[in-house]
Design a protein around this ligand. Structure first.
Ligand code: NI
Length: 256
């Protein structure tokens, strides 16, 4: 069975067939899914999905690109929802200097406050960090993120940066990009990161792996990512699925 650690099934890309698609995941080898909130609206939708599907869990938080919508009241609301039994993480939170909006100071402020929220409620964090390695590391260090724990999702930096996050005790999320021909840097990272610190993710509906690159992504594509990782690690696909399942359970502090 595969543990999907990061998907966005609340996305409008799934409006046509969400129910059919989610219903078929367990019988297709996707044993657990964490649906990740990225805005307050998507957090509300994530809670609905958590209530509806036994195999689906939720992460609640606001993505840096949407962080301008946050205020004290919404943080209070998030804190309350984090107490839900099936909420397993705070996320996705972080910094995105690729899109570079809203203003970096706004992104940093809400990243710090959501790190503090995770500490307060005792949940790990799902970090989104794009073109912002230095500031991400600095803020995580300032907030003692090593005591909070979590995953760097859709990892896109170098081996050297991976080492810093590994030293903080974080997991590295790897998805469809690993199957891309031009993904030399990520393949090096996958080779470098110890097998017990890697988790599988899609970031659906984005970043579908080869041979479905460019199409809408779903957790059904994860075997392609597991296969690519198996080849790099010299393991069987089944071994990769088993080990990453155990890793995801440790990351999200769930029973196997
Ligand atoms: Ni995401």
């Amino acid at each position: 069975m595969i543990f999907e650690t990061h998907a966005h099934y609340d996305d409008e890309a799934f409006d046509e067939d969400r129910e059919e698609l989610l219903a078929c995941l367990p019988e297709s080898g996707i044993g657990r899914v964490v649906n990740v909130g990225s805005s307050l609206r998507s957090c509300r939708q994530t809670i609905e999905l958590m209530e509806r599907y036994p195999f689906l869990y939720g992460a609640l938080g606001v993505h840096p690109s949407d962080s301008a919508e946050l205020d004290e009241e919404s943080i209070r609301w998030l804190r309350e929802q984090c107490a839900l039994e099936k909420c397993v993480a705070v996320g996705e939170i972080g910094l995105d200097y690729y899109w570079d909006e809203p203003d970096r100071e706004i992104q940093k402020n809400w990243f710090l406050l959501q790190l503090a929220l995770a500490r307060e409620v005792g949940l790990p964090v799902i970090i989104h960090s794009r073109d912002a390695a230095r500031d991400t590391i600095d803020l995580m260090t300032a907030e003692k993120a090593s005591e909070i724990g979590g995953v760097i999702h859709c990892f896109g930096y170098s081996r050297e940066v991976a080492k810093i996050f590994l030293n903080m005790g974080f997991y590295i999320g790897i998805g469809g990009v690993l199957t891309f021909k031009n993904a030399r840097k990520l393949k090096e990272v996958a080779e470098y990161v110890p097998m017990d610190r890697i988790v599988l993710e899609t970031d659906s509906p984005y970043l579908a792996p080869v041979p479905n690159r460019g199409k809408r992504n779903s957790s059904l594509n994860l075997p392609h990512v597991a296969q690519a990782l198996a080849e790099i690690k010299g393991l069987s696909r089944e071994e990769v699925e088993q080990i990453t399942w155990e890793n995801a359970c440790r990351l999200y502090r769930m029973k196997e």
